[in-house]
Design a protein around this ligand. Structure first.
Ligand code: 2AM
Length: 177
């Protein structure tokens, strides 16, 4: 059965608590809030993938070597058209860029089309949100990225439901000491 897939960083409970606090300090996410369990930072959207494609992506992901890294969500804003309210890092760590590039390479190696759009790392916190200028978050969110995940997305009557299919630890060597 085909599935809609994406690679993502999945926040731990500490990060989720920090996102929650940051949203409270900022006066709420606006619009239709994304439920806490849905928060994530997409590394590469993969679209609809058949089981063979998923197996290929999992093999390719298992070969990705990027060390763990820290990032800080310190900005909030929205995209007018889709009404997406988001939190984002103002400084994009080189390791996040590397992980996006490695995800792109995995997608291409598995026969998916290239993603031509610039990578804009963000955590969607609401949909149908009113337009707002990009501003600094009153409380920044520290995030320790120690793993990345393959996620499946489907819609039910309440909106998007995400499921983690696989997770790989971040490590820059095949056999960490
Ligand atoms: P969004 O939160 O900004 O909408 C699962 O749907 C994840 O993949 C979400 O983080 C979503 O980003 C992203 N996504 C969904 N459709 C996409 C598309 N066509 N191109 C890029 N990213 C997409």
């Amino acid at each position: 059965m085909s599935e809609r897939l994406f690679f993502a960083l999945v926040p731990g409970e500490a990060e989720r608590d920090a996102i929650h606090r940051a949203l409270e300090a900022a006066g709420g996410p606006g619009g239709r809030p994304m439920p806490r369990q849905n928060w994530h930072l997409t590394l590469r959207f993969l679209g609809t993938v058949e089981p063979d494609g998923r197996a290929c992506l999992e093999r390719a992901a298992a070969r990705i070597r990027v060390a763990p890294f820290a990032l800080t969500l310190d900005r909030q804003g929205s995209w007018r058209g889709p009404g997406v309210a988001w939190l984002a890092p103002s400084a994009i760590p080189t390791h996040l860029t590397a992980l996006n590039a490695a995800s792109e390479a995995a997608a291409l190696a598995c026969g998916l089309a290239a993603d031509e759009r610039p990578y804009r790392p963000h955590v969607t916190v609401a949909r149908k949100a009113p337009a707002r200028d990009t501003t600094e978050l009153p409380e920044a969110v520290p995030w320790k990225a120690t793993a990345f995940s393959l996620m499946a997305s489907r819609r039910d009557s309440r909106g998007a439901v995400y499921r983690e299919l696989a997770r790989w630890p971040l490590a820059n060597t095949a056999f960490p000491a």
